[in-house]
Design a protein around this ligand. Structure first.
Ligand code: GLY
Length: 349
């Protein structure tokens, strides 16, 4: 599963060369209403898009469903797309996931290119070949592993991203930092998120994506080490589920930041991870992301959400934990008592 990842010094040139590298009979661009308004105008005048057909879908995770997918298949059919056509996904994780799945299944599969426009999709969703939609109330329930031909990463889009979405993506970068090495970790901690230097951010994105790529290349279909990328996510998904139930809005990356705090506590407790590094993460997360509030009465619900996470088998909670920065322990379990201690620790600190 090989995909080219281009760090675009010049967005127009990178997009033009990536498209010209593919032989296709028809070019189709997938946008959502937000990227159609704010991102597509930056590219639409490029000669390479002359005659391209543009499909626009509703934004946000709520539209990442079978009805939208069916609309995209229909639009591809009406545009006369074939197995030899090329789909360019321009958007955040919802567009790259759904578009990647539409391309992978239309006429048994056509090529696609991702141009992720949010930090979260640049460092996570658009890279590594996970495509799909939500179904039956479950996230990413239907999908396939199939990589984009090329992923084009440009800081042009990050410059206009709102601060909350910048922070949301940065949480996945913190995760990659913990999975990699001290140098990367301390570089991430010292980056000025309140006053970002976008050239420096682009370099950090390139390093972050290289870490994800190296994990994915070792285990593309997540039978082993790719589970490292779930660090922080067992707790994060429980936080997101509780928030959803209570009608509170939580961006995915914020839940990941809080989930990392919780799971580093378990890492200290069970795998000998450094308490000093855990405190560094805690300070950074509290400063930038604040805290997710819950009470003791929520423990049972949070625990149940963790046992029902789709990464688990037979009701045993599966965590990815760390022994030290770069030393990953996959397939770790914890008892209900240990999980409640973790919830106590987070609530009280
Ligand atoms: N988002 C985690 C992965 O791609 O495996």
């Amino acid at each position: 599963m090989k995909q080219d990842i281009l760090i675009a010094e010049n967005l127009e040139a990178s997009v033009t060369s990536s498209i010209n590298n593919v032989r296709f009979d028809k070019l189709v661009v997938l946008t959502d209403t937000t990227t159609n308004q704010h991102c597509w105008p930056l590219l639409s005048a490029l000669p390479v898009f002359k005659g391209a057909h543009v499909i626009t879908i509703a934004p946000t995770d709520e539209a990442k469903n079978l009805a939208t997918l069916s609309d995209v298949w229909m639009a591809l059919q009406q545009a006369g797309a074939s197995r030899h056509s090329l789909l360019v996904n321009l958007g955040g994780g919802m567009v790259t996931d759904l578009g990647g799945f539409a391309a992978s299944t239309f006429k048994r599969g056509m090529a696609y290119i991702n141009i992720p426009t949010t930090l979260l999709s640049q460092v996570d969703a658009s890279v590594g070949g996970k495509t799909g939609i939500n179904f039956g109330g479950l996230k990413n329930e239907i999908g396939v592993f199939n990589c984009a031909r090329t992923v084009i990463l440009s800081s042009v889009f990050l410059r206009t991203l709102d601060h909350a979405n910048l922070l949301s993506g940065y949480a996945e970068m913190l995760k990659h930092g913990l999975l990699s090495n001290n140098e990367n970790w301390y570089e991430l901690l010292s980056f000025d998120l309140e006053n970002p230097n976008f050239d420096q951010l682009q370099q950090l994105v390139a390093k972050s994506v290289a870490i994800k790529e190296s994990v994915v290349n070792q285990d593309p279909t997540e039978n082993g080490i790719r589970k490292a990328l779930n660090l922080g996510h067992t707790a994060a998904h429980a936080i997101e589920s509780l928030a959803l139930q209570e009608g509170r809005t939580v961006l995915h990356g914020y839940a990941v930041a809080w989930g990392l705090m919780m799971e580093l506590y378990l890492s200290v407790r069970k795998c000998g991870f450094s308490a000093k590094v855990m405190h560094q993460l805690e300070a950074f997360v509290k400063q930038h992301y604040g805290k997710f509030q819950y009470e003791c009465k929520h423990y049972e619900m949070l625990y149940n959400f963790m046992t029902h996470d789709k990464k688990n088998q037979s009701g045993i909670v599966n965590f990815t934990l760390m022994a030290s920065i770069g030393d990953i322990c996959i397939n770790q379990t914890a008892t209900q008592y240990e999980i409640e201690e973790m919830l106590d620790y987070y609530r009280e600190n």
